[in-house]
Design a protein around this ligand. Structure first.
Ligand SMILES: [Zn+2]
Length: 173
């Protein structure tokens, strides 16, 4: 059986700024009011014959939304973003968090922003596609700690109403 959680109605939302380097229209800093839909399929089990407790799914999803809310999303593995004093191969994302400000270049443009205003994502892009994958993988890992009856999770990250990217992932045995 499958459970569905609607992001708008369950308040699984975040508003963030981002940039898609190199893209004709999205290569400028802009924002979205995102919302996140979640589907989970698995066997019903436990005291209440649930697939999964809605409260758990909402709590974990909301926690990720809150991390990203009102921040600039910076994908540190993007080839076109040149972050000053940061080497992907050697340095950790925590180093960036600990800096007061982060400086980066995209093409000929230079940016400076306080680190507390950013979320440093271990991703190549802050696109809806990559965010959906990030949510699905993070949620699958978290839910696996307390559930062993789940088959798959599918997360849709919507960039406002009308467009979103959905990523599905099987739970591993
Ligand atoms: Zn965008």
């Amino acid at each position: 059986m499958k459970i569905l959680i609607n992001g708008i109605q369950s308040n699984l939302r975040f508003s963030s700024a981002h940039i898609i380097p190199g893209h004709k229209s999205c290569g400028f800093i802009h924002g979205h009011s995102y919302f996140v839909d979640v589907e989970i399929e698995g066997e019903r089990t436990g005291d209440f014959d649930f697939v999964v407790d809605f409260n758990d799914v909402k709590k974990y999803t909301k926690a990720i939304c809150d991390e990203l809310d009102h921040r600039f999303l910076l994908p540190v593995y993007n080839d076109l973003i040149d972050i000053k004093d940061f080497d992907i191969k050697k340095d950790s994302i925590f180093d960036l968090k600990n800096q007061k400000s982060v400086y980066f270049k995209i093409g000929g443009k230079g940016y400076s922003i306080p680190s507390v205003d950013c979320v440093f994502l271990p991703l190549p892009y802050s696109s809806a596609e990559e965010l959906a994958k990030f949510f699905a993988e993070t949620l699958a890992k978290k839910l696996s700690e307390s559930y062993d009856n789940l088959d798959y999770i599918s997360v849709c990250v919507n960039e406002g109403i009308g467009q979103g990217a959905q990523f599905s992932k099987n739970f591993v045995e």
